[in-house]
Write a protein that binds this ligand. Sequence first.
Ligand code: NCD
Length: 317
Amino acid sequence: MRHLLDTRTLTKDQALLILDTAEEMAATQQREMKKLPTLRGKTVVNLFFEDSTRTRISFEAAAKRLSADVINFTAKGSSVSKGESLKDTAQTLQAIGADGVIIRHPASGAPHRLASSGWIDAGVMNAGDGTHEHPTQALLDAFTMRRRLYGEASRGRDLDGVSVVIVGDLAHSRVARSNLWLLTTLGAHVSFVAPETLQPYGARTWPVTVRHSLDEALREDQPDIVMMLRIQTERMHAAFFPNEREYARNWGLDDARLTQLTEGALIMHPGPMNRGLEISSAAADSPRSTVLDQVSNGVSVRMAALYLLLSGDREAA
Ligand code: NCD
């Protein structure tokens, strides 16, 4: 693998290689000495044109635990706010000698542009582009599902027959898209649950069951996983639902719905959460919730991806 841009084109073998490598990485993170020498001498740039908490610090921690040098570049406070183009920024990174570039950008397709432009030689990792994809989030979600469902027997396993219900602002969600492609490749069944206004354009041509009622999805799909997504008000320039109370009542994972989940069902959320809107505090903090597991697993998964992309001879790869 030279770049990690999406999960749509990731093969099952590639996905399992990343997940199994992440298991190896997770094992090293149990030690007192967490740092590995693997990427010593390599430079990784965190190039963030959009706000982020989890993803940015997770990539930073992952790169540092592999002994890479990390440069954090945020668009605010850089020459990007003076109007510098992606091309000029990329050429600057090339001149600095970046081996890996992790990019988050509000424009769908920006990481692909960077990877195919010829502006840089670095391996490019997509950390979220517009409403398009967020591949490492989907990989850490799949990793978390495997571990919580299969425990020690996770290695080498896919998610055949697992029922996943993804609920919320699907229209704006790159997490939903990346999860759909990856989970489908791994053999899971996925339902998208949201009011019609929040269903992604084109969803009916995708391998997904489109539903409007959360209660129906919980009843019909008997989900092993309920993944709640944030309402992304910053990407909404119109009214997508009547009001927050109405939304929470129809599509929120509230305390009543929490009691209806089947035994062993897990609750996931990529964060940041709107407590009381798409998810109640009881649901977010319940033993079924994997929210904090997702964050810690994210470091192992990103270590695996960085290792697979950047270690050894990139030309040979
Ligand atoms: C998500 C994102 O930025 O796409 N968060 C994340 O990476 N953990 C989802 C969101 O912003 O709601």
